[in-house]
Design a protein. Structure first.
Length: 372
């Protein structure tokens, strides 16, 4: 007999009661499993695992509406607050861009500082670092002002280097500021050296970016691509400072592409170089006379006898030479006296002799005619 044909055919179970029964049964099963968790048996473990496996999909289904509701509220809240969120993100982005630009600038400055700190001379020469600006009102066409002066021990004539090479020299100094003439100025004259051939030349500025090489010594001493450094001639610059490379100008003259033109001349180092006395202690070169005798061993008897014999012969030779010199001087004096006496006697004899009478002019008689 079918269920609908039995006595329960008119029975209608409400849905709410069905859900309530299912929940009660699930809660009761959970309580039973929790109560028996401390004394599990293999049968109960299998039973609990089966219940958990069967209840998992039910839990997922029951929690789905709550999860969907939370996602819906989050979506609606994000939609209504998107404008303010975008404004906040734009402000943060603008602030981060400023920080990014500042970080890039600091990175570039640090890189240039690191290159400048890597510059060294041989032998070492003290340096001071500073910053430069363009000098637009000075007497020079190509010059810059450096925020270093006499208070920093800077003097006129000091060489100036950038992180790439030689820039120029100091022409004037005040307490806190100094003027630097660039290598490209028309008044700049620097003795340089062609590194490959050791040929000397003068680097002459002519207000262009590439100074000219003049007075090159020798023939075939320069070719394109040769590296140019300071020669140190004249004592104004130390030898070996990098200057540039040789290139052929449009006018056919040899010119130099300066290393310092590779980047803006913002940060420089001033070499506190005045003359070559800075490179070596002059007193170390001037040892006292016969200083090595204090450390020399005592002579042997044979050496003493030889030294005494040599000194005796040297003294005898000096005495003989002095005597010969005295005799020669006495002979010269006697000869001069004899010559003076002879001249005096000749003058006296000439004065005592009477002068000869002048010859009378011959009279010329007129020639007359004897016959007429």
């Amino acid at each position: 007999m079918a269920f609908r044909d039995g006595p329960f055919e008119n029975l209608k179970v409400p849905l709410a009661w069905t859900a309530a029964v299912v929940v009660v049964v699930g809660v009761a099963a959970s309580v039973v499993m929790l109560a028996g968790s401390n004394r599990d048996t293999p049968t109960r473990s299998y039973m609990r695992a089966g219940v958990e496996t069967a209840a998992a999909p039910v839990g997922e289904v029951l929690s789905a509406p709550v999860r969907w509701t939370g996602n819906a509220f989050e979506y609606i809240g994000g939609y209504f607050f998107a404008v303010s969120e975008n404004r906040r993100l734009r402000a943060e982005l603008a602030e981060l861009r400023d920080w990014r630009d500042e970080a890039i600038a600091l990175k570039n400055i640090n890189a240039r500082y690191e290159q400048m700190l890597g510059i060294h001379t041989d032998p070492p020469i003290p340096m001071v670092a500073g910053r430069t600006v363009t000098d637009a009102r000075g007497p020079f066409a190509r010059a810059r002002l450096v925020n270093l002066g006499s208070a920093d021990q800077v003097r006129a004539g000091n060489p100036v280097l950038s992180e790439h090479g030689l820039v120029g020299r100091i022409s004037g100094v005040s307490a806190r500021v100094s003027r630097m003439i660039l290598l490209t100025d028309v008044s700049s004259r620097i003795p340089v050296l062609i590194e490959r051939t050791n040929g000397r030349a003068i680097l002459v500025g002519d207000a262009s970016r590439n100074p000219r090489l003049d007075y090159v010594r020798g023939t075939n001493m320069v070719k394109e691509g040769d590296r140019v450094i300071t020669s140190g001639d004249g004592g104004g610059f130390p030898r070996g400072l990098p200057v540039g490379v040789v290139a052929k100008g449009v006018d056919g003259s040899w010119r130099v592409k300066l290393f310092s033109e590779r980047a803006a001349i913002d940060y420089v180092r001033v070499l506190l170089f005045h003359d070559f006395n800075l490179l070596v202690d002059p007193t170390a070169l001037n040892a006292p006379p016969l200083a090595s005798l204090d450390a020399a061993p005592s002579p042997t008897p044979q050496q003493s006898a030889a030294i005494t014999d040599a000194a005796t012969r040297r003294a005898a030779a000096n005495a003989a030479a002095a005597e010969r010199a005295q005799q020669a001087e006495a002979q010269a004096i006697a000869r001069e006296r004899a010559e003076a006496e002879a001249r005096r006697q000749a003058a006296a004899t000439a004065a005592a002799t009477p002068a000869a009478p002048a010859a009378a002019p011959a009279a010329t008689a007129p020639v007359g005619n004897t016959g007429r």
